[in-house]
Design a protein around this ligand. Structure first.
Ligand SMILES: C[S@@+](CC[C@H](N)C(=O)[O-])C[C@H]1O[C@@H](n2cnc3c(N)ncnc32)[C@H](O)[C@@H]1O
Length: 271
């Protein structure tokens, strides 16, 4: 069964234990202090999307809901009849291409198989979907990740989350959530992560003064690991790739570094 079928079945069989039936308090309090109702907001893995309903009723009209399963989107449509059809997106998050000011995270990160590749992909995808200075706001579970790959939701820790987000985001807030739902109390972190500016500036010689780390960070953000692996065919981009292991490999292997630099220049030229 693939991920789409898995989630569709959960909705169709009414096995939706994660569903709070209302906007979560941490997100409600975050939304309540927003003043600009014109911002573009994405809620990925939105499920029944109570956050979107709350935002919509408060006058935020550029809210987009994305889910891989159809049932929660249909449920939402029945509840909020004047919500624009084109703002209900039935798609795999990792294939989505758009640009937003704010992305709201509510029990989405914890829902997909917690292999390092997926978690890294999530962080880079989030960054690529955000405008400069755009933000992720939401909650992340704070309990140990076990080896049981059947047992959702999947946990994590601040230390682990830092490794995924720090290359692309300033961690403005990442702390114990004080207003979680009762059954999640002391198990959540509240986060506001702001997209960093790309470190690289154009110059006559585009590689002059550009660090390998900056090149990799930009490629990860713009292209993603999968595309990097397919284009460069270098082992360190294939299995459980990380910035650290790739840097170590590329610093040792000149031929591989040259390949990556050439690839980077092609990507820059296309922009
Ligand atoms: C644990 S549920 C959370 C739903 C909602 N955020 C909530 O808190 O009630 C995870 C949601 O993510 C959706 N989902 C899982 N993988 C996805 C993917 N790759 N792309 C888009 N949606 C996905 C599922 O269909 C499901 O609705």
């Amino acid at each position: 069964m693939n991920e789409q079928e898995f989630w569709q079945e959960r909705y169709d069989e009414d096995k939706t234990g994660w569903d709070l039936g209302k906007i979560s308090t941490p997100i409600k309090e975050y939304v309540d202090q927003l003043t600009d109702t014109s911002i573009r907001i994405l809620i990925p893995g939105a499920g029944n999307a109570y956050e979107a309903e709350y935002l919509w009723n408060k006058g935020f009209k550029n809210v987009f809901i994305l889910d891989i399963a159809t049932t929660p989107l249909q449920n939402f449509k029945k509840r909020i009849t004047d919500f624009p059809e084109e703002q209900l997106i039935n798609q795999d998050f990792f294939k989505h291409k758009e640009s937003y000011d704010l992305i709201i995270e509510q029990t989405f990160f914890c829902s997909f198989p917690p292999i390092k590749m997926n978690r890294t992909k999530y962080a880079t995808k989030m960054a690529s979907l955000l405008k400069e200075n755009g933000k992720i706001a939401g909650v992340f579970f704070d309990f140990p990740l076990t080896d049981n790959i059947e047992k959702r939701p999947f946990g994590g820790s601040l230390k682990e989350y830092r490794t995924y987000f720090q290359p692309y985001f300033s961690l403005n807030v990442f702390e114990r959530c004080h207003n979680s739902n009762a059954d999640r109390m002391d198990k959540e972190l509240f986060a506001i992560l702001q997209k960093k500016k790309p470190a690289i500036k154009q110059a006559n010689n585009p590689l002059h003064g550009v660090k390998l780390k900056d090149i990799l960070e930009e490629l990860i953000l713009e292209e993603g690991w999968e595309k990097m692996a397919n284009t460069c065919r270098i082992n360190c981009f294939y299995s459980n790739p990380t910035l650290k292991s790739s840097l170590t490999f590329l610093r040792k292997h000149e031929w591989a570094r040259e390949k990556v630099e050439k690839y980077y220049l092609r990507v820059r030229k296309k922009k």
